[in-house]
Write a protein that binds this ligand. Structure first.
Ligand code: SF4
Ligand code: SF4
Length: 196
């Protein structure tokens, strides 16, 4: 009989110990959130999805060269002297068209190494971290805005300019070759010999 009461006692003590933890947590502020309805507050320098303000990009390729996994692909076309591509927000003159600026975010390891060398501060980490896709191709983000017609036009213009420059250079070289050779400099007059 005594073991019966002993068991009841042990059971009650065990329940009370368990409920003590439960009661304690009932009055402790929650550390979990109802994600995705509630989003966590990200640290100030959190590294997430990249964004490129293509209007400020000068096509210098520094971000691409800094990327350890080669996930940035940039193509540029030189502008001709008669074209003014304008200035970036920080006042840098733009001299190159950027017909292609792709980031394959599926390869990106969010190291942030592309952000620091950018001279115009146009490639940035955003606070966007939900961008999963079913198709990997959709994870290649293209930031260039030139249309195929504009790209063709810029390329054609550069080819014509290069041809014109090459023709000018060839004409200058031909003119130089055809010009008569300059007369050799006259010999200095002989000094009369002095007698001792
Ligand atoms: S964050 Fe790192 S891996 Fe991603 S694009 Fe930039 S340099 Fe490349
Ligand atoms: S470093 Fe900046 S300016 Fe240079 S290509 Fe990359 S994004 Fe453009």
């Amino acid at each position: 009989m005594s073991s019966y009461f002993r068991n009841v006692y042990d059971g009650l003590v065990t329940v009370l110990i368990g409920m003590k933890v439960t009661w304690k947590h009932l009055f402790t502020p929650a550390v979990t959130i109802q994600y995705p309805d509630v989003k966590p507050k990200l640290p100030e320098r959190a590294r997430n999805r990249l964004y490129v303000n293509i209007d400020d990009c000068i096509g210098c390729d520094q971000c691409s060269m800094a990327c350890p996994v080669d996930c940035i692909t940039i193509e540029t076309i030189k502008s001709t002297p008669d074209v003014d591509l304008g200035l970036t927000s920080l006042g840098t003159k733009k001299r190159l068209y950027v017909p292609r600026f792709d980031i394959d975010i599926a390869k990106c390891c969010y190291c942030g190494l592309c952000v620091y060398p950018c001279p115009t501060e146009c490639i940035k980490m955003t606070d966007v971290y939900e961008f999963s896709e079913f198709d990997r191709q959709n994870l290649i983000y293209s930031f260039a805005v030139m249309t195929p017609a504009e790209v063709d036009q810029a390329k054609a213009k550069l080819v014509a300019y290069d041809k014109e420059q090459a023709a000018k250079k060839a004409a200058a070289a031909a003119a130089k070759a055809a010009a008569p050779a300059p007369a050799p400099p006259a010999a200095p007059p002989q000094q009369p010999e002095t007698k001792a």
